[in-house]
Design a protein around this ligand. Structure first.
Ligand SMILES: Cc1cc2nc3c(=O)[nH]c(=O)nc-3n(C[C@H](O)[C@H](O)[C@H](O)COP(=O)(O)OP(=O)(O)OC[C@H]3O[C@@H](n4cnc5c(N)ncnc54)[C@H](O)[C@@H]3O)c2cc1C
Length: 416
């Protein structure tokens, strides 16, 4: 098995390495996540613009929409990631607008929508949030009840969303609403683009166990938006929603993800001591590290298998779901080991003067975003088992007329 990318990529790698040697983002002291907990700072926006100019962000987005306009080449993308990681440089912005909405618009949006929204989004100037989940519709997303009615040339939206990341900083929301209440639940949904400054939108922050308010409840009372702000056809929103979910899973878990964590973990085990011994010399830590390194390598090679499939024009099936599931759970186990090794100081985070240089504890708590968001790990396991391995469907139940019943069909956030 030849795992090299081939000599034809050597020049490209040299070019990226040269860029990494000569450029660094201006330092900025923000502790938030640009575009999620706060709007990107001028320094972050300047770095993003520089990356786009050189083709290291928005690389394949057409020039007419503000991107670099390169031909899709996933090996080049991989080389960019590897070289930036090795140089310790931040890659371009990744948020729900850039990583989920932009590819969705390119796949199923109109030319007018692409022209209006893609440029400001990739430059980090337009922040988006995702209005999918509701109090009664998470894993079973197609049960959503927020509704929109057409009134002349406007949609009027009423309902409630929950867990809406970034809604407090967002300019726009891609939102799922029920527009055909009489249709079967998957056929009654539409996908709308809602400006967040409209009257009737009430955003209330929810504080997570990290102490941050990264997501929100969003209450919608007679919110009016233009009728043209619909992606795909009316009632076809379930299909569009699943296009976005495909990109969300790619954002939340990728095959290269464990590598930076493992690198830091090895350094930590070499530096930290327990009693008079180096953590690295203690069997119980070394054993866990070894298993994690094995899983990181397995992920990396799984990623290469997907790469080969994609280069050969083969469709990937549940393999993409495996990446999200394994990468997000691996990240959790890597950070858990770091926190265990740190002992008491491992419980400190977010600016404590005594905490380790790297925020291991906060990263650990943050791992639940990937494990739950975009379809929880349990749901991913169900789909992999049923669609990938052909195992029998597990019984689905629903609560109807005051009692639990076996349900003949089910839909969930993992499904497309
Ligand atoms: C940090 C974070 C950010 C998020 N950001 C957003 C966002 O921006 N926009 C948005 O729309 N949503 C967002 N979400 C919501 C996320 O998509 C949902 O939390 C997720 O889909 C699960 O839905 P739920 O929370 O309603 O849990 P439920 O669906 O109520 O599930 C509860 C538990 O039951 C399990 N479960 C449910 N059904 C099954 C089944 N059939 N088989 C086995 N187990 C099952 C689940 O795995 C879970 O453990 C975010 C979530 C998190 C944690």
């Amino acid at each position: 098995m030849d795992l090299s990318y081939g000599p034809e990529y050597d020049d490209f790698r040299a070019e990226v390495r040269e860029f990494c040697r000569n450029h660094r983002p201006a330092e900025h002291r923000s502790r938030g996540i640009p575009g999620v907990t706060e709007r990107p700072s001028p320094e972050v926006l300047a770095w993003q613009a520089k990356l786009i100019e050189h083709g290291y962000a928005a690389r394949t987005i057409p020039r007419e929409y503000g991107g670099y306009g390169a031909k899709p080449d996933i090996i080049e993308n991989r080389i960019i990631q590897e070289e930036f990681l090795a140089a310790g440089l931040p890659l371009g912005l990744s948020n729900q607008g850039i990583s989920m909405l932009v590819p969705t618009l390119l796949e199923v949006g109109t030319a007018e929508q692409c022209t209006t929204y893609i440029r400001p989004t990739i430059y980090g100037e337009m922040i988006w949030c995702q209005g999918y989940s509701e109090p009664g519709a998470g894993s079973d997303l197609a049960s959503l009840r927020t509704r929109a009615e057409l009134d002349g040339d406007e949609w009027i939206i009423n309902g409630q969303k929950i867990w809406t990341s970034s809604a407090h900083v967002a300019d726009m929301c891609f939102i799922l609403v029920r527009t055909e209440p009489e249709a079967p639940k998957h056929h009654g949904i539409s996908y709308l683009l809602m400006p967040m400054d409209r009257p009737g939108i009430d955003v209330r922050p929810l504080v997570t166990m990290t102490g941050d308010a990264t997501f929100n409840e969003v209450f919608l009372a007679d919110v009016r938006i233009p009728a043209k702000n619909i992606v795909g056809a009316r009632g076809q929103g379930w299909h569009v929603a699943n296009v976005t979910l495909k990109y969300e899973r790619g954002m939340l878990g990728n095959a290269g993800q464990g590598q930076s964590g493992i690198k830091g973990l090895v350094e930590l085990l070499q530096e930290e001591t327990a009693g008079s011994a180096r953590a690295m010399d203690l069997d119980h830590y070394r054993d866990r590290l070894l298993k994690l390194q094995g899983r990181t390598l397995a992920n990396k090679y799984h990623g290469m298998r997907l790469l080969s499939q994609s280069i050969n024009g083969e469709q990937t099936g549940v393999e993409g779901l495996i990446t999200k599931l394994s990468a997000t759970e691996l990240a959790y186990d890597i950070y858990s080991l770091a926190v265990d090794v740190l002992g008491e100081t491992g419980t400190l985070y977010d600016g404590s003067p005594y905490q380790a240089e790297r925020d291991w504890q906060k990263s650990l708590l943050g791992c639940f975003t990937g494990i739950i968001g975009g379809g929880s790990a349990n749901i991913q396991r169900n789909i992999i088992a049923e669609r990938g391995l052909g195992l029998p469907r597990e019984p689905r139940v629903r609560f109807d007329s005051g009692r639990w019943e076996l349900s003949p069909s089910a839909s969930n956030k993992g499904g497309n």
